[in-house]
Design a protein around this ligand. Structure first.
Ligand code: PTJ
Length: 242
């Protein structure tokens, strides 16, 4: 057991959760690699929600506020790290949850659906796989007609760049959480929250309850400018580190 006094307690707990998820068949093997990449960027932003992430969470909450058919797409890593908070966010915003995997397998979808149901989630989509994201080949195009396919706003934390781009081409508003401000997903999304998913989801929920002027926030939002702020922050931090 990791003692709470360990200086890297939270980071180690996240690692344990991801490893457990992999052993239980929830997280894909490559999810370990994705997590490691995320950890490296989390170090660079100081493992805290910085101003640029806070502002992006407000923009994300604003989109969710005015969406008519919001959907939260959940993969193995997101379910394992933030399953409980995702269920809470869906409840508060009225968004549907769809388990949508990059490395699709019915068995893993089933396990993730069951896990989210244990956290109180209902009507979780994903298993039916009765529609396709246009312009993508292979199984990673499969989605739910009542979920991602007909959604107006899709929240896809820890997503792959290709699918993010395809969702944009389908005319969707795409919100993502990605610790890597340079990733194709980060660059293609309408709102990119450069933060760890474990901090980002509770923050979106908080902003959702607070936001009073979503249209104004969306009008003023500039994703590229905010990503540049994240990069500037990292550069400044490194320049003055020692
Ligand atoms: O469960 P599946 O089959 O859908 O697969 C999920 C993964 C994450 C393995 C798959 O989507 C994948 O390979 O993703 P990528 O292309 O590696 O992108 C994941 C992005 O998420 C990377 O840019 C990471 O920096 C970022 N990331 C990883 N962990 C976190 C994170 N961002 C926020 N919070 C994290 N904890």
């Amino acid at each position: 057991m990791i003692p709470k006094s360990h200086p890297r307690y939270e980071s180690l707990i996240m690692r344990e959760r991801i490893v457990k998820g992999m052993k239980d068949g929830v997280v894909h093997l490559t999810g370990l690699i994705a997590h490691g990449r995320g950890e490296a960027f989390d170090y660079l932003i100081g493992e805290k929600t910085q101003d640029f992430a806070d502002y992006a969470s407000m923009a994300a909450a604003s989109h969710l506020k005015i969406a008519s058919k919001p959907v939260i797409s959940v993969n193995g890593n997101a379910a394992m790290l933030s399953g409980k908070d995702i269920v809470r966010l869906a409840e508060e915003t009225g968004a549907k949850i769809e388990v949508n995997l990059f490395h699709r397998s019915k068995e893993r979808i089933k396990k993730i659906v069951e896990m989210l149901e244990k956290f109180g989630g209902g009507n979780i989509l994903g298993l039916e796989g009765n529609a396709r994201i246009e312009g993508l080949q292979h199984d990673r195009a499969i989605c739910s007609y009542d979920g991602i396919y007909t959604a107006d706003v899709v929240f896809v934390p820890l997503e792959d760049g290709d699918r993010c781009e395809a969702l944009k081409k389908m005319g969707k508003i795409v919100i993502t959480v990605d610790l890597n401000p340079l990733s194709r997903t980060a660059r293609n999304a309408d709102v990119t929250i450069v933060d760890n998913i474990i901090r980002a989801i509770p923050n979106i929920l908080k902003k959702y309850k607070e936001v009073r002027n979503p249209e104004k926030i969306i009008k003023e939002w500039d994703n590229k400018k905010n990503l540049q702020k994240a990069l500037n922050f990292i550069c400044e931090r490194l320049k003055n580190f020692y």
